[in-house]
Design a binder for this molecule. Structure first.
Ligand SMILES: Cc1cc2nc3c(=O)[nH]c(=O)nc-3n(C[C@H](O)[C@H](O)[C@H](O)COP(=O)(O)O)c2cc1C
Length: 208
């Protein structure tokens, strides 16, 4: 069982990282392997809608940043935790730019693998940000893992996040639920249960 964690903050050791590490500790204690990827703090390219990846699926044409590395790692991973700080009541622009390109080029690498979003904020915009990240999971046939509360922590510094006892408890419960779901999927595979094959082909816009 391998869980890939993405830190969408510009701060490698900030609040988002603190929450993701709390989840990773529980996952590791439960027998999962974890890898925490920092998306970096430099500029990141948005999707240019060139659609090259639709002709050559599985790879973004811009190969000089973390996007294609995430797609490769996603193929090996069994589950995902996407972490972000709240910026103006939405996820960081960084994680959105990266995930738009990752999912446009490599959505198949995520199908039928559990995912969950963890959000850190000083005060507000948390659940809206969770909702935005959940949209990646729910267009990619991914089961969304839930917890005992919405997966948010509060703080401006790692120390403040560590004081958010309920937030960290929520994150730990989320990790336990993810472990449980991964074991259920594993047991299902041993019992011969395979993910369903999705229909494709129909592609209508609202006006037709
Ligand atoms: C540009 C910017 C915008 C922010 N907007 C919000 C916001 O809308 N709501 C909020 O509660 N906190 C906001 N914050 C605070 C961060 O969400 C908060 O400090 C978060 O825990 C930082 O996580 P990090 O240390 O992983 O970057 C903002 C911070 C920055 C830098």
């Amino acid at each position: 069982m391998k869980v890939l964690l993405l830190n969408g903050s510009s701060r490698p050791e900030g609040c988002t990282c603190t929450a993701l590490r709390e989840a990773a500790d529980v996952l590791e204690a439960g027998g999962a392997e974890t890898e925490l990827l920092f998306l970096g703090s430099g500029p990141v390219l948005d999707c240019t809608a060139c659609r090259t990846c639709q002709k050559k699926p599985g790879k973004c044409v811009f190969d000089d940043d973390i996007v294609n590395r995430i797609i490769e790692k996603a193929r090996e991973a069994d589950a995902f935790l996407f972490g972000t700080p709240v910026y103006y009541a939405h996820p960081s622009g960084r994680i959105l730019s990266v995930l738009d390109r990752v999912f446009f080029a490599g959505k198949d690498a995520f199908a039928h693998k559990p995912g969950a979003a963890i959000v850190s904020a000083r005060r507000a915009g948390t659940t809206a940000s969770v909702d935005v990240l959940n949209k990646y999971f729910t267009i990619a046939q991914m089961p969304v893992v839930s917890s005992s509360y919405w997966n948010v922590v509060h703080g401006n510094t790692p120390e403040e996040v560590r004081q958010d006892l309920e937030g960290l408890q929520t994150v730990r419960n989320l990790a336990r639920n993810m472990l449980w779901l991964l074991r259920c999927i594993e047991a299902g595979e041993h019992a011969g249960i395979r993910p369903p094959q999705a229909e494709s082909g129909a592609r209508t816009s609202f006006v037709r």
